[in-house]
Design a protein around this ligand. Structure first.
Ligand code: COS
Length: 378
């Protein structure tokens, strides 16, 4: 990572992530990818280190880490295993709307779950409501003392391991985006169940599944923020989480670049290392240019968030550029490794599979372009 603008604390934290990644993630990433199971041992250690609640304010038992520093840390971890970071990030993502709009008790509840090693999940997407998030069909009907939730969510990261969900549901369906509310729903409530587990191309170790809410009663206190303002809250949350996506995508690409540098020095062809060939040197240089640019844009987006100037357009630019870049860089990494790159013997094929989803989730890169052009033309 380019450390020109990093503080001593940031350098230290990134070094801790490097050590954790080398020791706890790198040796097992291929195994957990193969069996499609989340690396729980590493997660438990991460929780002990306070990694899952780093961004929570100190008064809630967090470390009060700013977005930029967090982006640096997640980038470093992503070099080793993006699946692991995805499980961690999904918990942080679910905690965000609670931090942005929740009551003190809700924030405390979330911190307790996460601090005890639990997982959280952000349940917005449905089978017919991905990009068009306002088309969700899950309902929350107002009843005496609370709400009854009915509906089915899909592609939910941490879906089958979460202890708590942030669920978006229609409280006044006829009001469109202004008729959606957000709820904090515990896994053990009657009527909550986990459905199909996705067998994915990449991020295979991260859990992704359907979550079903069948006549689930939640008390009034479960409402996060104002009734009917849940859609806006979801969008505000994504403005932040897209920065983390950008950081992780940058980390995947940086990991691929580092693997290529090592390999290019070791692999001989025509009697000399392939690193001596200009064809390879230029590919490495292009990778470096792309990674540096993505990192700079990510840090800019995070910096704005830290100055309370969160900018949806810049978050979208960072997410889009970094994920498109990661796809290109990891594809080129497989090319540099040649036949070995296509084999599971080396890590770059996994990085290429992992990178793909960053162009799709948290708003496809086409949706990001809708956000960006909408801002340009308004
Ligand atoms: N930040 C803050 N508020 C936002 C916002 C943003 N980025 N985007 C929209 N809003 C607000 C609008 O200001 C509006 O608020 P008011 O009710 O106060 O007027 C409200 O949300 C509705 O906005 P809009 O009419 O633009 O909503 P659309 O239905 O047209 O949707 C897109 C806009 C397409 C941008 C949105 O649906 C989207 O981001 N979709 C992708 C969803 C996604 O990322 N899914 C991944 C799931 S999580 S892994």
């Amino acid at each position: 990572m380019s450390d020109f603008y990093m503080t001593e604390l940031q350098k230290e934290l990134v070094a801790v992530m490097k050590e954790f990644g080398e020791k706890e993630l790198k040796p097992f990433a291929g195994y957990y990818d193969e069996i499609a199971e989340f690396p729980m041992d590493a997660y438990k250690k991460a929780v002990k280190m306070g990694l899952s609640r780093m961004t929570f304010p100190v008064e809630y038992g967090g470390a009060g880490i700013d977005h930029k520093t967090h982006a640096m840390m997640m980038e470093e971890l992503a070099k080793y295993d993006a699946s692991f970071v995805n499980g961690l990030s999904a918990t942080v993502l679910a905690a965000l709307p609670v931090r942005l709009a929740g009551r003190t008790e809700q924030i405390e509840q979330m911190v307790t779950v996460i601090g005890n090693g639990g997982f959280a999940a952000f349940a917005l997407t449905e089978a017919n409501a991905g990009s068009d998030a306002a088309s969700i069909r899950t309902t929350a009907e107002k009843v005496d003392g609370g709400y009854i939730l009915n509906g089915s969510k899909c592609f939910i990261t941490n879906g089958n391991i979460a202890d708590i969900y942030v669920v978006f549901a229609k409280t006044e369906p006829e009001k469109g985006t202004r008729g959606i509310s957000a709820f904090l729903v515990e896994r053990n409530r009657e009527g909550v169940s986990v459905g199909k587990h996705e067998n994915k191309m990449g991020l295979r170790a991260a859990s992704t599944s359907d979550v079903i809410f069948d006549h689930v009663f939640v008390p009034e206190e479960s409402l996060i923020g104002q009734e009917n303002r849940g859609f806006k809250l979801a969008m505000q949350t994504l403005n932040y989480s897209r920065i983390e996506c950008a950081a992780v995508a940058t980390g995947i690409a940086q990991g691929a670049l580092e693997a290529c540098i090592t390999y290019a020095k070791e692999r001989n062809t025509f009697g000399k290392p392939i690193a001596s060939l200009q064809a390879i040197q230029f590919m490495l240089a292009d990778m470096e240019i792309q990674v540096q640019a993505a990192r700079a844009l990510t840090w800019q987006a995070a910096d704005l968030a830290d100055r309370d100037m969160i900018n949806p357009e810049i978050s979208s630019c960072a997410k889009t550029f970094a994920s498109d870049m990661a796809m290109k860089v990891t594809t080129d990494a497989v090319q540099i490794f040649g036949g070995y790159g296509y084999s599971k013997e080396f890590p770059v094929e996994k990085m290429m599979r992992d990178a793909k989803i960053y162009q799709i989730f948290e708003g496809t890169n086409q949706i990001q372009r809708v956000v960006i052009s909408g801002n340009l033309l308004k």
